[in-house]
Design a protein around this ligand. Sequence first.
Ligand code: NAP
Ligand code: MG
Length: 499
Amino acid sequence: MNAPMNPPPIAAVRSRLAAAPAQLFIDGAYVDAADGATLAVEDPATGETIAHASSAGPLDIDRAVRAARSAFEGGPWSRMSPNERSKLLWKLADAIDAAGDELATIETLDNGMPYGIARHAAVPMASESLRYYAGWPTKLGGETLPVSAEGEWHAYTLRQPVGVVGAISAWNFPLSMACGKLAPAMAAGCTVVLKPAEQTPLGVAQLGRLAQEVGIPDGVINVVAGLGSVAGQALVDHPLVNKISFTGSTATGKAILAASARDLKRVTLELGGKSPCVIFADADLERAIEGAAMGVFFNSGQICVARSRLFVHRKVFDRVVEGVAGFVRNLKVGNGFEPSSMLGPLVSRAQLDRVAGYVELGTAEGAELVAGGRRLGETGYFVEPTLLAGTSPDMRVMREEIFGPVVCAVPFDDDDLQLIAARANDTEFGLAASIWTRDLGTAHRMARRIDAGQIEVNGGLPMQFALPFGGFKQSGIGRENGREGIEAFTELKTVTMRL
Ligand code: NAP
Ligand code: MG
């Protein structure tokens, strides 16, 4: 994956972004918001405004939803054969890869993530989700089923697209998260209105141009940046939207679920986490230490699956804590365009204050600050990765999602797996978990006992679109990726006929 990189076209991209606001993309055309509203977009490495984006209001959302509705109903998308839809999804993936240098540069400017991650992880994730789901339109179908009734009957199911999808996403992986919703929705035959996060609208805004370039019919993809409370809310409230696919905080997810009750919109929620990493005494400690550190510090901790609670067997606790602290001291934090930067800035001032607030709170509650914890520099939103020890289960730093580079380390003495799992499960969340051990029995027993959607043993994979992804408990409802991910954009219809 790590092919040599071209230098990022920073100057060219910056001047293009500064020249004109990133407009809304509705019904195949770039347009201003009806009321002319815009959002200022910051580079989190400097805090400077680098661009503006049109900010959709209810009128714009209504136009976008109606465009998606007519592209869906009797429009070109629903009439297109499955293999034609496959080809267009694949072409969109190729167009994203072809624009990879530019898109990755935008993602780094907009979100702050290191350019290597943008170029080698974020952009490929966007195109790979489209390629994975490009294989599905020709394979998605119903079944013929037996009937136990008098007479002769024919019974079968049809899997049909749910309709117009409102896709609302977070700022941590803007482009890949948008494509991760677009791909299965389009593969299922749905049309989409995408609402990216207000902090990071710039990369997703490019999707309109790329969709046009490859010949995706007007109205199939609409992109409407804007505020969650305005544009997001209008999408959730719109009666012509059939399904909301949401990634974001648990609080917003709950509000969306409540609002969806009005007309029983279908809802998939990918929400927050407080995921555990459990290291047993027999683990390969060198790999476990690196895994534990990168499991929480990758992308400066702004990952929903961050392993922010680290449980380590007492026998190896000191070695692991020293190891993670050493790893932290070697993690270079800096501007995402510096090739040596392993971690970029946090996305915003608000996020920086949030992380600083939790570090302060943790130490005030009695935690020991083992490493990190300070803001770096006065410009931009850089913070040291932070390791807290001496944390107890009732502390807020152990219970609440920080969504930043902060990990709480806790020793355990028990050998009873039920008790260890109970500590790992002592959270309202259930998104992911890591287990480090050389004992196969321990690994599989723990995998059964931890309540989480993703369990990794002895290391993690990059995002795999074939594998279902989602949360237990307050980490969400439903699954993205895999068969479940596309079925979530369908309705199942049963047809019976007397012969
Ligand atoms: P957030 O505040 O909930 O925002 C997420 C999205 O929802 C944004 O586009 C936001 O718009 C929009 N929104 C806000 N209020 C809304 C409303 N009333 N109606 C409709 N849409 C609304 O989340 P965040 O703080 O940006 O993102 C971080 C969170 O996302 C963390 O909790 C993280 O764990 C979670 N996350 C989960 C996953 C996963 O797959 N499980 C992946 C990544 C992130 P604005 O931008 O204007 O606020
Ligand atoms: Mg930004």
